[in-house]
Design a binder for this molecule. Structure first.
Ligand code: ADP
Length: 579
């Protein structure tokens, strides 16, 4: 029920469209039922007039029939147009709403969702809410209003016919939908979940096709997709079966209503309290009235599916963001001096990932954080970028605690080239320019040159207009990494954060890249995370990290002289990178 109330609240801004759709659908329904009833009355009255030879004014009823027929046709068209307009507006509003709600969740809170699942929630689940507004809410309200009007109308001629029809309407519009809802709830929810699983399996299978083929696992993945597909089809068949039975049920009720109306009204005609044409009119009216109940069972069949979709969306958007933005953010920092004092952080599993981290990173200073894999270096970057909230200690930026600023103001000061940079399925130019829209061609080329990737781009047939492919598949890992560095350089921020910038490069290329980066970083704060020793001699400070702590710090030369652990690290590394 709470979910239904929430869905109604979300549609509230579009209530005028919904009401218009409702009014039109009610008018169309009334016109249709009125048309049948009036036609029945008219034909019977004309026949009687013919037999008895009594003259009859047929202009008014004929005009009424024509008017109702026109109203029905136009109403049906307008109802469709306005109904879809209402539902499209609601869906568009929902999409913006869900985007606004999940944006603060990225990246930390969205890590737990498979990309196919997330896509399902954002697209398919939102789409299936269409069912809720257009095929459930509108028909239920229309049926309620129309049902009341129908019963009132019948009551004027025969309370018994009115009561019998009301009972059958309740069966067709209340009991049947309830049964269908109860029977369809589980398969309906399963359809939502299985569709999402299927989408995830297909997306994963396509993205990991290379691995699947290399490990001869494609057949297994295919079987999994087939099995999910089989389950989905089985549940969809169950729901379709329910639909068929419910439509049959409504048809039966409508036939019964006609029969009952005749059984009740024939004696009334005999006693003279009802005329013959009125009896025909009542019979046809009762039968046609079930048009109001016709969409209800299938609407309730879809209710399970729509509610499961709503729950999946609400579950996603209700996740608390990893970082809460301040209610009244401080004005953007005036300078980019960063100072970490006793910073601690844990991913929530109890074990501390970072402990008592102290670091000074001011403009003009170059700091390297070195350490083995899993030491917590990338986590440190996530804290600086406000993607994660630190648990203890303080991070001061421009004289204030970093959490006092709006996250976007903080990130505006920082340019980052992460360990696994993401390239959009767009041209290389577009991928570079996301760092600074409006940057000139010469600035972009200069940044690419600095990152050592310009010559390779220029050698491509389409140069900077080459498509990167999904996730940058058309480029080598090294090219993606250098493109990410070029992007960070192009941003022209006072703080530059580089995570493993020379990974996978030979020593000479790594050295020349770092030399250019150091030159660019003059006057800026530079933090390099690395486990290569190349370029460390040029750093103002090197911090050695191990298991979330800084265990040694000083210049490269000092550490070489002082720390056995530091020397041991490079002795290992010598064999790996500086061959
Ligand atoms: P490094 O960059 O030094 O290789 P990370 O900062 O990536 O190290 O990881 C530090 C530790 O935190 C590792 O033990 C890793 O398993 C854990 N970790 C990293 N990311 C997450 C995450 N999203 N959720 C839980 N634990 C994580």
């Amino acid at each position: 029920m709470r979910d239904i109330v929430r869905l109604l609240k979300l549609a509230w801004p579009h209530r005028a469209w919904l009401l218009a759709a409702l009014g039109l659908s009610l008018a169309t329904l009334l016109a249709n039922v009125g048309l049948l009833a009036l036609s029945g009355w008219f034909i019977a009255a004309m026949a009687l007039a013919g037999i008895s030879g009594v003259p009859m004014n047929y202009y008014y009823p004929a005009a009424g029939i024509r008017a109702l027929a026109i109203c029905r046709t136009l109403g049906r068209y307008a109802e469709r147009v306005v109904g879809h307009q209402a539902s499209l507006r609601i869906l568009a509003g929902l999409r913006v709403w869900i985007y606004r709600r999940i944006e603060p969740l990225a990246p930390a809170r969205l890590e737990g969702y498979a990309s196919g699942d997330l896509l399902s929630r954002i697209r398919a689940d939102i789409d299936s809410l269409d069912t809720f507004y257009l095929r459930l809410l509108a028909p239920v309200l229309t049926a309620l209003c129309a049902g009341l009007l129908f019963i009132m109308f019948l009551w004027c001629f025969s309370p018994a016919v009115a009561l019998a029809t009301a009972g059958l309407l309740l069966v067709a519009g209340g009991f049947l939908p309830l049964v269908v809802h109860l029977l369809g709830r589980k398969p309906g929810a399963r359809v939502t979940w299985t569709s999402s699983e299927l989408r995830t399996a297909v997306v994963d299978g396509l993205r990991g096709m290379e691995e699947l083929l290399a490990y001869d696992a494609a057949e297994r993945q295919k079987e999994r997709v087939k099995e999910l597909n089989r389950r989905l089809l089985a549940d969809q068949a169950r729901l379709a079966g329910l639909s068929g039975i419910s439509a049959g049920g409504v048809g039966l009720c409508s036939g019964l209503a006609l029969w009952l109306a005749l059984v009740i009204s024939i004696p009334l005609v005999r006693t003279g309290s009802l005329s013959g044409p009125q009896m025909v009119m009542l019979g046809l009216f009762c039968q046609a009235a079930f048009e109001a109940a016709l969409p209800l069972p299938s609407a309730f069949r879809l209710l399970g599916q729509a509610l499961a979709a709503a729950r999946r969306i609400f579950f996603l958007v209700d996740e608390p963001p990893a970082v809460r933005e301040p209610h009244e953010p401080a004005p953007p920092p005036e300078n980019a001096a960063l100072s970490l004092r006793g910073v601690g952080f844990s991913y929530g599993d109890g074990a501390a990932t970072l402990e008592r981290i102290d670091l000074e990173l001011s403009p003009g200073r170059k700091v390297a954080v070195v350490g083995g894999s899993g030491a917590g270096k990338s986590t440190l970057l996530a804290l600086l970028l406000r993607f994660r909230e630190y648990d203890s200690g303080s991070i001061i930026l421009g004289g204030r605690e970093i959490r006092e600023y709006d996250g976007e103001d903080v990130r505006r000061l920082m340019a980052v080239a992460g360990q696994q940079p993401f390239l959009f399925n767009a041209t290389l130019r577009e991928n570079l320019l996301i760092a600074r829209f409006g940057a000139g061609e010469d600035e972009m080329v200069a940044a690419a040159r600095m990152a050592g990737v310009h010559d390779e781009i220029a050698a491509l047939a389409h140069g900077y207009d080459t498509e990167a492919g999904e996730g940058g598949v058309k480029l080598s890992g090294g090219q993606v990494r250098r493109l990410a560095i070029a992007r960070a350089i192009l941003k022209d921020s006072p703080v530059l954060l580089l995570d493993e910038p020379t990974e996978g490069m030979d020593a000479a290329a790594a050295r020349s890249l770092l030399e250019r980066v150091f030159q660019y970083a003059e006057g800026r704060a530079l933090l390099v995370i690395t486990h290569s020793r190349i370029g460390l001699e040029a750093m103002d400070e090197v911090a050695l990290m191990d298991e979330g702590r800084i265990v040694e710090r000083g210049s490269h030369a000092q550490l070489l002289a002082r720390s056995r652990r530091y020397r041991d690290m490079w002795a290992l590394d010598d064999g790996m990178t500086e061959r």
